[in-house]
Write a protein that binds this ligand. Sequence first.
Ligand code: SAM
Length: 384
Amino acid sequence: MTFRVNPRLLYKNIDLLRFTQKRYRVKTKWAATRPKVSSHELALQNFDATYSMQFGELWPSVRVSLLSEQKYGALINNFSGDDTVTQLQSLGCRDFVASSLDMESGDAAQSISDDTCIHLSKVSISPNLRCFVFPKGDTSRFKAARQDSYGCLSYYLMDAASVLPVLALNVQKGQSVLDLCAAPGGKTLALLQTQTIRFLWVNDWSVSRMSRLQRTLLSYLPDQLCSEDKLHFTCFDGRKWQELGENTFDKVLVDVPCTTDRHSLVEESNNIFSRSRTKERQNLPLCQTQLLLSGLQAVRKGGEVVYSTCTLSQLQNQCVVEQAMKVAEQELGIYSEVVDLQPFTSLFKDTFNFAPDMNVGVMVLPHLTANFGPMYFCKLRRLT
Ligand SMILES: C[S@@+](CC[C@H](N)C(=O)[O-])C[C@H]1O[C@@H](n2cnc3c(N)ncnc32)[C@H](O)[C@@H]1O
């Protein structure tokens, strides 16, 4: 294809150039013809460069899974009167939590149970969290949830891997919990499904996302639960949590903002790889470290913090945990230890594809036969 140039325009531009002092010249042509890479293309370039180094020969398989349709889980709403479970079972779905527990706790001598917790030899799990998934390799999709006669929805669709950080937090009966970055609220809802929490403080810095969270909770929970003293909502900068108090909670969930890898590869809107958000993206590891430090300050001695992200990035995962633990020790005198999640992951290995050889924390890697994740989580116990 050839372009015809209007000679009058060309000469006019040359004259302009000739009479413009060199220091006032702007490289408009260069700026206008600079190739426009969309945000999701930029994300893919970035991931190809970093993750091929990080994951080596695993990267092509993770890459194709990330670019393929994500698999969901249906988190059962225990507050709904609908009998959804039978319907989901008739579709061939299974509750991945219960089926893992059934396999592990078959030997009654190894397990002690009450209505809120099943204690296996090395790990305890809330049986009240029920999340149905289609079998491995089955890419069927769930229908939208239905309302029961009181207007409560029967299940919440989310990446089933998002339930794992909540299960790992292992809230015991009567405990207080802080959900530091809670919106849009999938994990908050999962926390409430455990029916063990005495008090839940739900925080998110974004006012609009927090109102979305509250609308979601209203469509899943009975009115009296939303209005009870049990729930407290704030829109506070979680990095400054120490201004609100320290050593308070039994458990803290720190589910931080991150590069949301799956979203960044498919969605142009609200994409963290857009040029206007470059600074924000570069600042993520610092912001994440500050949020985890807040979590370590907010939890009581002996209490536990789960840090989680939905990115594969080592810089936003292991490095943040290591850095926060170091700063907490050196500057705040807070010592913590990483809790071994190996018994936990072996419980769910038939449902999720866990990354091998992780030094700190656990990673669910997307895989075509089980296209959940990415989901990184690490559990810390505060010692001093
Ligand atoms: C990954 S999302 C949380 C997802 C949520 N936990 C869930 O399961 O639905 C991260 C959240 O952190 C919030 N956030 C970002 N910076 C924050 C800050 N400084 N303090 C508290 N929340 C923050 C964002 O508004 C966003 O809603």
